[in-house]
Design a protein around this ligand. Structure first.
Ligand code: DGT
Ligand code: CA
Ligand code: CA
Ligand code: ZN
Length: 580
């Protein structure tokens, strides 16, 4: 059991105790222990047998040390188990709703033994919450929205987490001598921003009919498996310990293409494609494209064969959402999509001057190592005090240091001076114009007061765009995938204004953001916006996350010409809004 899981069990115990009306001193000690376990660099799994070592961890006393030992031994904590038995484990799910703390959960329990999200939804619908203390109409509305958001994101995983898991399982499968190829299909192959489960397609001699047992057994022995859901002749499904489901299918190489096409989806794309096949006298399945009349196979071995037999061009998986790609492929009119190698620079990143982990020089060298021709250093501004944001004086000093590194790189890579300047609550920018005037890349972003009503937020961002020094609008909706919904904003109006003023809009490639979303990117292109893709790196390693953003641009059908930082350094600067 890892530290994170132990910390979670302790924190949940504290929450349950509070709901139970427990002694506040005791509640606090569990909470403090949870924090301590989360913060410590000691591997508790290893240290747990040595009480003295546990006691050295600040926040862990004798009682908690015993609790940690109990957790390590039994995988659970008796007190937590007791409370779960009393209230049910769904109570913990209630706590995951935004704005829901133990006090509110206790209130709901007392009001009608409401102990799950479904029961809460029903109680709201039945009007049972009206009149409860601290439950005004506004509060109830908020809860309702929280439930909707939660249901939408529950059980999904970010693309970086899904990809990491896919890579690990793939490596394990490829270790087996009779397995030659493993391909992730489904939403991951289509590059969706989140994945519901992984669909891995496997082929090789060990996957041919009648010979699959050993390969299935090998898959079942993957060390990361939490529990097996189903195990058959050609398929095994299991949960990883983070509860991500993985479906592994073993396929004969003769029908690999048909299966890849089918399991890549999307469902909507497949439905449309099947209709086209029917009109042509064919039937399309996960096994083959076959003639309707005599069932003879027309194509099955590769995806290209199948699309070709349907008189279409093969299309990148990111396009397969039934949004016009079938018609375009049939008309041989598919657009050229952007690729990672088209990107020549990354112009949003942070350094140790604020909340980044690396120096200007280290970021420049990492950019160079990726083959970039330019980067921009864009640290935070003073409004974001928790990041040690730059005030005017420090910003000017920072520009000087950036110029020095630019010199030092001797033309191998250009290092532009920039800032990610906060858009204040009223739409003013956080730094004086005279300072902004000295930088090449001024990104304006909203980081605070995210709760503003829609018209206020829209007016705020419009005002920020009007500032003549604003050149890029950073992460325009402020969402954090599966954690925080976009803030309320009239994005159409903002994008139209950005297009009119020549302010570029950012696609933030950090996998927890990925905004603008694929759909918003399509709108941005339609409206004629300039588009920039950035990683918002806070560490040299984050520069690698560009790939997740590229997938979203491709899903929006963007080509290299649609994105400013596919251009040379000179062309890039020239394409930004001119300085006043
Ligand atoms: P996810 O897992 O929710 O992120 O999304 P997908 O697209 O990976 O969906 P999943 O895992 O349920 O199925 C993988 C692919 O298999 C899906 O994209 C298309 C295909 N598929 C699954 N069920 C059906 C179905 O009932 N009809 C059709 N036409 N295709 C299906
Ligand atoms: Ca899937
Ligand atoms: Ca699946
Ligand atoms: Zn930011």
């Amino acid at each position: 059991m890892d530290n994170a899981t132990m910390a979670r069990l302790l924190a949940e115990t504290a929450d349950l105790l509070e709901i139970d009306g427990g002694d506040s001193f005791r509640i606090r000690s569990y909470r403090r222990a949870a924090d301590a376990v989360e913060q410590t660099t000691v591997d508790l799994n290893e240290a747990v047998s040595d009480t003295a070592r546990l006691l050295e961890i600040p926040g862990i006393g004798k009682g908690m040390a015993a609790n940690l030992q109990a957790i390590a031994e039994a995988g659970s904590l008796p007190l937590r188990d007791e409370l779960i038995a009393k209230y049910g484990s769904s109570l913990l799910e209630l706590l995951k709703l935004p704005g829901m703390g133990p006090k509110t959960v206790a209130l709901l329990w007392d009001a009608g033994q409401i102990s799950s999200i479904d029961q809460l939804a029903k109680a709201i619908d039945d009007g049972k919450l009206n009149g409860l203390p601290r439950m005004g109409a506004k509060q109830i509305e908020k809860l309702k929205k929280g439930i909707e958001d939660y249901k939408r994101s529950a059980g999904r995983f970010r693309i970086d987490q899904a990809e990491e898991a896919a890579k690990a399982v793939t490596a394990w499968l490829l270790d087996f001598p009779g397995i030659e190829r493993v391909t992730p299909a489904g939403s991951l192959r289509r590059g969706r921003e989140t994945e519901g489960d992984l669909d891995l397609l496997v082929t090789g001699p060990a996957c041919e009919p009648g010979h699959t047992q050993a390969a299935v057994d090998h898959a079942a022995a993957y060390p990361g498996i939490h529990s097996i859901i189903a195990k058959g002749e050609n398929k095994i499904s299991f949960y990883l310990s983070n509860s991500l489901q993985v479906d592994v299918r073993l396929l004969p190489s003769s029908s690999y293409g048909a299966a890849l096409q089918y399991f890549t989806g999307s469902k909507a794309h497949n439905v449309s494609l099947r209709q086209r096949a029917l009109k042509m006298g064919y039937t399309l399945s996960e096994w083959s494209l076959a003639r309707l009349d005599d069932e003879s196979v027309v194509a099955a071995k590769t995806e290209e064969d199948i699309y070709k037999a349907l008189k279409m061009d093969w299309m990148p998986p990111e396009m397969r959402e039934n949004l016009g790609e079938i018609e375009a492929a049939a008309a041989h009119a598919l657009p050229e999509l952007i690729e990672l190698k088209d990107i020549r620079g990354d112009v949003h990143m942070h350094t140790t001057a604020t909340d980044g982990h690396n120096s200007i020089l280290e970021m420049a060298e990492a950019g160079l190592a990726r083959g970039y021709k330019y980067i921009a250093i864009t640290d935070h501004s003073k409004n974001l005090a928790m990041t040690n944001g730059l005030d005017e004086k420090r910003a000017l000093e920072h520009i000087k240091r950036i110029r020095e590194v630019d010199e030092q790189m001797d033309g191998k890579i250009r290092v532009f001076a920039g800032i990610e300047v906060d858009i204040l609550g009223d739409g003013a920018l956080d730094l004086d114009d005279e300072v902004l005037a000295q930088m090449e890349v001024v990104i304006a972003s909203v980081h605070t007061k995210l709760e503003q009503p829609k018209d206020e937020m829209t007016a705020r961002v419009l005002r920020a765009l009007e500032n003549p020094y604003t050149r890029i609008l950073g992460h325009p909706t402020g969402r954090l995938l599966l954690r925080r919904e976009p803030f309320q904003i009239d994005l159409g109006q903002v994008l139209r204004k950005a297009a009119e003023l020549g302010v570029a809009v950012e696609h933030n490639a950090a996998p927890e953001r990925l905004d603008l979303s694929d759909r918003d990117l399509r709108l941005a292109k339609e409206l004629g916006c300039k588009i920039v893709i950035n990683t918002d790196a806070h560490d040299t390693r984050h520069l690698e996350k560009m790939t997740y953003g590229i997938r979203q641009l491709r899903r929006a059908w963007l080509g290299p010409e649609d994105v400013l930082n596919t251009r040379t350094a000179k062309q890039f600067l020239a394409a930004l809004r001119p300085k006043p």
